[in-house]
Design a protein around this ligand. Structure first.
Ligand SMILES: O=C(O)C(=O)CO
Length: 335
């Protein structure tokens, strides 16, 4: 087959792309915008709102940034030529997939680009909690210099038991990392991994109950769906060891937060390390913020230079596939 000619399109001929985050471009760094501009005629929310009728017609794609903005019926009605929403990130719980598909619009996500950075975050939270990094850092910079390491004993992650709930791409990457720490790895997932995949990381499939009872660290890596909402509640927390730590890198709503506060206050479990909460950010008077056995980070699982770029690249590839009627690498369907 001969090589296809490459057409360089003039900017005005590029497909219109609306970039959505807070305030349109906010959160989409300059270099990212430059990357998107290579393939699309980039339109901000401000520009759309200034001239909905004319600008709305040009938009064929929406790039949804990590700020997870709301895409409602009114917006979709104003974009008659919209074909695809390219979500930058794997979780699409902020999108009403059924409503969007009723408009004949495809949704794509970026499961490959997020996997390493999110798995790293899970490990970082586990280590930080086990070794009391946040408390240690606060002590080290406090006016009190009269402290002893023996007062700040942590626990070792090495050779501890890790229970991974959700063994998709990210969960599996966590297992690969945990193997290097010689951890005993249990996992629970809708679908069991193949024997080869289990053996490659030394992970054993486990029922939820057993996993919760045996693990020193329980890490949540599931998607938020109606089936996983409040997956971890009072009963599940009650099954965990009093010495165990709960780590969440999925979505806040996967945990019944009131039950978690109670479990942490009553020392039903030892600690929690959360990159995600419900809502985000938590109200400043939320009881979780007052507990010293909790580490909370502001949903930064994919907040790395590399992941941000890879996510944009994966989203671009997805959106261009839709526009060019080619197989779509990562399409999300309504359940
Ligand atoms: O990819 C996502 O959806 C994330 O939230 C990563 O933290």
């Amino acid at each position: 087959m001969g090589q296809r000619p490459i057409y360089v399109m003039a900017e005005q001929d590029l497909p219109g792309l609306l970039i959505m985050g807070i305030g349109g471009t906010h959160g989409v760094q300059e270099s990212l915008a430059a990357l998107l501009k290579k393939h699309f005629s980039v339109i901000t929310m401000k520009e759309l709102l200034e001239n909905k009728k004319e600008v709305g017609k040009k938009i064929q794609c929406i790039f949804v940034s990590e700020f997870r903005p709301t895409i409602d019926q009114e917006l979709l009605e104003s974009l008659p030529n919209l074909k695809v929403i390219g979500n930058s990130g794997v979780g699409v719980d902020h999108l009403n997939l059924k409503m969007i598909s009723n408009f004949g619009v495809r949704v794509t996500n970026t499961p490959h680009a997020v996997a390493d950075s999110t798995a790293d975050m899970g490990m970082a939270l586990m280590l930080a909690s086990a070794r009391r990094l946040v408390e240690g850092s606060q002590i080290a910079v406090s006016p009190d210099t009269n402290y002893f390491a023996a007062d700040w004993l942590g626990v070792e992650v090495t050779r501890a038991t890790l229970g991974i709930i959700g063994m998709g791409r990210i969960g599996y990457k966590v297992a690969q990392r945990a193997r290097a720490f010689e951890m005993k790895i249990l996992y629970h997932n809708r679908n069991r991994r193949s024997q080869e995949e289990e053996q490659a990381v030394g992970a054993c499939y486990s029922e939820m109950e057993d996993l919760l009872q045996q693990s020193d660290f329980v890490m949540l890596v599931v998607n938020l769906t109606p089936q996983t909402e409040k997956l971890i509640g009072k009963k599940e927390l009650g099954l965990m060891k009093p010495t165990a730590t709960l780590i969440n890198i999925s979505r806040g709503a996967v945990i019944d937060q009131d039950a978690l506060v109670e479990a942490l206050q009553n020392k039903t479990i030892k600690a929690a390390a959360l990159d995600v909460t419900y809502p985000e950010p938590l109200p400043r008077n939320h009881p979780l913020l007052k507990l010293n056995n909790v580490i909370i980070t502001p949903h930064i699982g994919t907040a790395t230079v590399q992941a941000t770029h890879m996510m944009a690249e994966e989203a671009i590839a997805n959106m261009l596939s839709v526009l060019n009627c080619q197989p779509i690498p990562s399409e999300v369907f309504p359940q």
